[in-house]
Design a protein around this ligand. Structure first.
Ligand code: MN
Length: 235
Protein backbone atom coordinates (compact mmCIF):
# COMPACT_ATOMS: atom_id res chain seq x y z
CA UNK A 1 0.00 0.00 0.00
CA UNK A 2 2.78 2.41 0.89
CA UNK A 3 4.13 2.56 -2.63
CA UNK A 4 0.81 3.39 -4.22
CA UNK A 5 0.69 6.97 -5.47
CA UNK A 6 -1.68 9.25 -3.55
CA UNK A 7 -4.92 10.21 -5.29
CA UNK A 8 -5.57 13.93 -5.19
CA UNK A 9 -9.04 15.43 -5.60
CA UNK A 10 -8.90 18.65 -7.61
CA UNK A 11 -11.70 21.23 -7.47
CA UNK A 12 -12.87 21.91 -11.05
CA UNK A 13 -13.06 25.32 -12.66
CA UNK A 14 -16.39 26.51 -14.04
CA UNK A 15 -17.01 28.22 -17.38
CA UNK A 16 -20.26 30.18 -17.05
CA UNK A 17 -20.57 30.87 -20.81
CA UNK A 18 -20.37 27.20 -21.73
CA UNK A 19 -21.92 26.05 -18.44
CA UNK A 20 -19.03 23.58 -18.29
CA UNK A 21 -16.52 22.32 -15.79
CA UNK A 22 -12.90 22.45 -16.93
CA UNK A 23 -9.34 22.06 -15.72
CA UNK A 24 -6.14 23.91 -16.47
CA UNK A 25 -3.61 21.19 -17.34
CA UNK A 26 -0.94 22.81 -15.16
CA UNK A 27 -2.75 21.69 -11.99
CA UNK A 28 -2.82 18.11 -13.24
CA UNK A 29 0.79 18.27 -14.42
CA UNK A 30 2.05 19.69 -11.12
CA UNK A 31 0.39 16.87 -9.17
CA UNK A 32 1.44 14.17 -11.63
CA UNK A 33 5.06 15.41 -11.76
CA UNK A 34 5.17 15.08 -7.98
CA UNK A 35 4.10 11.44 -8.24
CA UNK A 36 0.38 11.48 -7.45
CA UNK A 37 -2.75 10.81 -9.48
CA UNK A 38 -4.85 13.96 -10.04
CA UNK A 39 -8.62 13.48 -10.33
CA UNK A 40 -11.10 16.26 -11.11
CA UNK A 41 -13.95 16.38 -8.61
CA UNK A 42 -17.66 17.10 -9.17
CA UNK A 43 -19.24 20.31 -7.85
CA UNK A 44 -21.71 18.58 -5.59
CA UNK A 45 -21.94 19.57 -1.95
CA UNK A 46 -24.10 16.84 -0.43
CA UNK A 47 -22.66 15.11 2.60
CA UNK A 48 -23.23 11.65 1.10
CA UNK A 49 -21.03 11.94 -1.98
CA UNK A 50 -18.61 14.47 -0.52
CA UNK A 51 -18.15 12.23 2.49
CA UNK A 52 -16.92 9.51 0.16
CA UNK A 53 -14.55 11.97 -1.49
CA UNK A 54 -13.09 12.96 1.88
CA UNK A 55 -12.57 9.31 2.73
CA UNK A 56 -11.16 8.12 -0.61
CA UNK A 57 -8.95 11.01 -1.71
CA UNK A 58 -5.60 11.47 0.03
CA UNK A 59 -5.54 15.25 -0.37
CA UNK A 60 -7.31 18.16 -2.02
CA UNK A 61 -6.20 20.93 -4.37
CA UNK A 62 -8.22 24.16 -4.26
CA UNK A 63 -7.78 25.75 -7.69
CA UNK A 64 -8.17 29.26 -9.07
CA UNK A 65 -11.46 30.56 -10.43
CA UNK A 66 -14.29 32.99 -9.83
CA UNK A 67 -14.42 35.44 -6.93
CA UNK A 68 -15.65 34.16 -3.58
CA UNK A 69 -19.10 35.52 -2.77
CA UNK A 70 -18.76 38.49 -0.38
CA UNK A 71 -21.90 37.17 1.37
CA UNK A 72 -19.65 34.44 2.75
CA UNK A 73 -17.71 37.02 4.76
CA UNK A 74 -20.69 39.20 5.51
CA UNK A 75 -20.00 42.12 3.20
CA UNK A 76 -22.15 43.68 0.46
CA UNK A 77 -21.12 43.13 -3.15
CA UNK A 78 -18.93 45.91 -4.43
CA UNK A 79 -19.27 46.97 -8.03
CA UNK A 80 -15.74 45.75 -8.72
CA UNK A 81 -16.36 42.23 -7.44
CA UNK A 82 -16.23 39.74 -10.30
CA UNK A 83 -18.41 36.80 -11.25
CA UNK A 84 -19.10 34.30 -8.49
CA UNK A 85 -19.95 30.59 -8.57
CA UNK A 86 -22.38 29.61 -5.81
CA UNK A 87 -22.07 25.88 -6.43
CA UNK A 88 -18.27 26.08 -6.01
CA UNK A 89 -18.61 28.18 -2.85
CA UNK A 90 -20.96 25.54 -1.41
CA UNK A 91 -18.85 22.58 -2.49
CA UNK A 92 -15.60 24.05 -1.17
CA UNK A 93 -17.22 25.10 2.11
CA UNK A 94 -18.06 21.48 2.76
CA UNK A 95 -14.71 20.28 1.44
CA UNK A 96 -12.53 22.60 3.53
CA UNK A 97 -14.34 21.84 6.79
CA UNK A 98 -14.49 18.09 6.22
CA UNK A 99 -10.90 17.78 4.97
CA UNK A 100 -9.54 19.73 7.93
CA UNK A 101 -11.51 17.69 10.46
CA UNK A 102 -10.29 14.48 8.78
CA UNK A 103 -6.73 15.95 8.79
CA UNK A 104 -6.36 15.46 5.01
CA UNK A 105 -3.83 17.73 3.30
CA UNK A 106 -5.05 20.81 1.42
CA UNK A 107 -3.08 22.89 -1.07
CA UNK A 108 -4.73 26.10 -2.23
CA UNK A 109 -3.82 28.23 -5.25
CA UNK A 110 -5.07 31.80 -6.01
CA UNK A 111 -8.83 31.57 -5.31
CA UNK A 112 -7.72 28.64 -3.13
CA UNK A 113 -5.95 30.88 -0.59
CA UNK A 114 -8.84 33.34 -0.70
CA UNK A 115 -11.45 30.65 -0.21
CA UNK A 116 -9.52 28.94 2.57
CA UNK A 117 -9.25 32.24 4.42
CA UNK A 118 -12.98 32.98 4.03
CA UNK A 119 -14.05 29.44 4.95
CA UNK A 120 -12.08 29.82 8.19
CA UNK A 121 -13.55 33.21 9.09
CA UNK A 122 -11.37 35.71 7.22
CA UNK A 123 -12.36 38.44 4.73
CA UNK A 124 -11.12 39.63 1.33
CA UNK A 125 -10.43 42.76 -0.62
CA UNK A 126 -13.03 42.46 -3.36
CA UNK A 127 -10.81 44.42 -5.72
CA UNK A 128 -7.17 45.25 -5.00
CA UNK A 129 -6.86 48.17 -7.48
CA UNK A 130 -9.74 50.08 -5.83
CA UNK A 131 -9.37 48.97 -2.19
CA UNK A 132 -5.66 48.41 -1.58
CA UNK A 133 -3.19 51.02 -2.69
CA UNK A 134 -0.23 49.24 -4.20
CA UNK A 135 2.42 50.00 -6.76
CA UNK A 136 2.80 46.29 -7.47
CA UNK A 137 1.48 44.47 -10.50
CA UNK A 138 -0.81 41.77 -9.04
CA UNK A 139 -2.56 41.26 -12.40
CA UNK A 140 0.32 40.58 -14.76
CA UNK A 141 0.00 40.11 -18.51
CA UNK A 142 0.98 36.80 -20.10
CA UNK A 143 3.27 34.91 -20.27
CA UNK A 144 2.50 33.80 -16.72
CA UNK A 145 5.71 31.85 -16.22
CA UNK A 146 7.60 35.10 -15.73
CA UNK A 147 7.96 36.78 -12.30
CA UNK A 148 5.58 39.66 -11.50
CA UNK A 149 6.81 40.52 -8.01
CA UNK A 150 8.74 39.03 -5.12
CA UNK A 151 7.47 37.71 -1.80
CA UNK A 152 9.28 37.53 1.51
CA UNK A 153 8.76 34.13 3.09
CA UNK A 154 8.47 33.38 6.80
CA UNK A 155 7.97 30.36 9.03
CA UNK A 156 6.73 27.20 7.35
CA UNK A 157 7.23 28.41 3.77
CA UNK A 158 10.73 29.76 4.40
CA UNK A 159 11.77 26.39 5.78
CA UNK A 160 10.10 24.57 2.87
CA UNK A 161 11.58 26.70 0.08
CA UNK A 162 14.87 27.41 1.82
CA UNK A 163 14.78 31.04 0.69
CA UNK A 164 13.67 34.26 2.34
CA UNK A 165 12.80 35.95 -0.97
CA UNK A 166 11.08 34.24 -3.91
CA UNK A 167 9.95 35.65 -7.27
CA UNK A 168 6.33 34.78 -8.09
CA UNK A 169 3.84 35.30 -10.89
CA UNK A 170 0.62 37.12 -10.07
CA UNK A 171 -2.88 37.01 -11.57
CA UNK A 172 -5.39 38.11 -8.96
CA UNK A 173 -7.57 41.16 -8.34
CA UNK A 174 -8.73 40.03 -4.88
CA UNK A 175 -6.64 39.30 -1.80
CA UNK A 176 -6.69 38.70 1.94
CA UNK A 177 -7.98 41.72 3.89
CA UNK A 178 -8.53 40.07 7.30
CA UNK A 179 -6.67 36.86 8.04
CA UNK A 180 -8.46 33.92 9.66
CA UNK A 181 -7.33 33.31 13.25
CA UNK A 182 -6.69 29.68 12.28
CA UNK A 183 -4.09 30.63 9.65
CA UNK A 184 -0.59 32.06 9.83
CA UNK A 185 0.87 34.19 7.05
CA UNK A 186 4.02 32.71 5.52
CA UNK A 187 4.71 34.98 2.55
CA UNK A 188 4.16 38.68 2.02
CA UNK A 189 4.49 40.91 -1.04
CA UNK A 190 6.56 44.13 -0.72
CA UNK A 191 3.29 46.12 -0.52
CA UNK A 192 2.21 44.18 2.58
CA UNK A 193 -0.34 41.88 0.92
CA UNK A 194 -0.40 38.34 2.33
CA UNK A 195 0.60 35.93 -0.45
CA UNK A 196 0.77 32.58 1.39
CA UNK A 197 -0.84 31.07 4.49
CA UNK A 198 -0.32 27.96 6.56
CA UNK A 199 -2.39 26.22 9.21
CA UNK A 200 -0.03 25.33 12.06
CA UNK A 201 -2.19 22.66 13.70
CA UNK A 202 -2.92 20.67 10.53
CA UNK A 203 -0.89 17.92 8.87
CA UNK A 204 -0.57 20.04 5.73
CA UNK A 205 -2.72 23.04 4.92
CA UNK A 206 -0.87 25.53 2.72
CA UNK A 207 -2.11 28.06 0.20
CA UNK A 208 -0.42 30.54 -2.09
CA UNK A 209 -1.77 33.58 -3.92
CA UNK A 210 0.43 33.02 -6.97
CA UNK A 211 0.26 30.35 -9.69
CA UNK A 212 2.81 27.51 -9.44
CA UNK A 213 0.67 25.53 -11.92
CA UNK A 214 1.44 28.12 -14.62
CA UNK A 215 5.18 27.83 -13.93
CA UNK A 216 5.71 24.14 -13.29
CA UNK A 217 9.32 24.40 -14.42
CA UNK A 218 10.26 26.67 -11.49
CA UNK A 219 12.03 24.99 -8.61
CA UNK A 220 9.71 26.70 -6.12
CA UNK A 221 6.63 25.35 -7.96
CA UNK A 222 7.99 21.79 -7.94
CA UNK A 223 8.85 22.07 -4.25
CA UNK A 224 5.30 23.18 -3.41
CA UNK A 225 3.62 20.35 -5.35
CA UNK A 226 6.12 17.80 -4.00
CA UNK A 227 5.64 18.83 -0.38
CA UNK A 228 1.86 18.59 -0.81
CA UNK A 229 2.05 15.14 -2.43
CA UNK A 230 4.50 13.87 0.20
CA UNK A 231 2.09 14.95 2.95
CA UNK A 232 -0.69 13.06 1.12
CA UNK A 233 1.38 9.83 1.15
CA UNK A 234 1.06 9.58 4.92
CA UNK A 235 -2.68 9.14 5.01
MN1 MN B 1 0.39 38.99 -6.17
Amino acid sequence: MENKPPIIGIVPLWDSEKDSLWMHPGYMDGIAQAGALPVMMPLCSGADLMGIAIERFDGFLLTGGQDVSPAMYGEPFREECGEICESRDAMETFLVRAAISADKPIFGICRGIQFLNVALGGALYQDIPTEFRSGLQHSQKPPYDTPAHSVETTGFLRRLLGADMVDVNSSHHQGIKTLSSELEPCAMAPDGLIEAVHMPDARFVLAVQWHPELANQWESSRTLFSAFVEACRKS
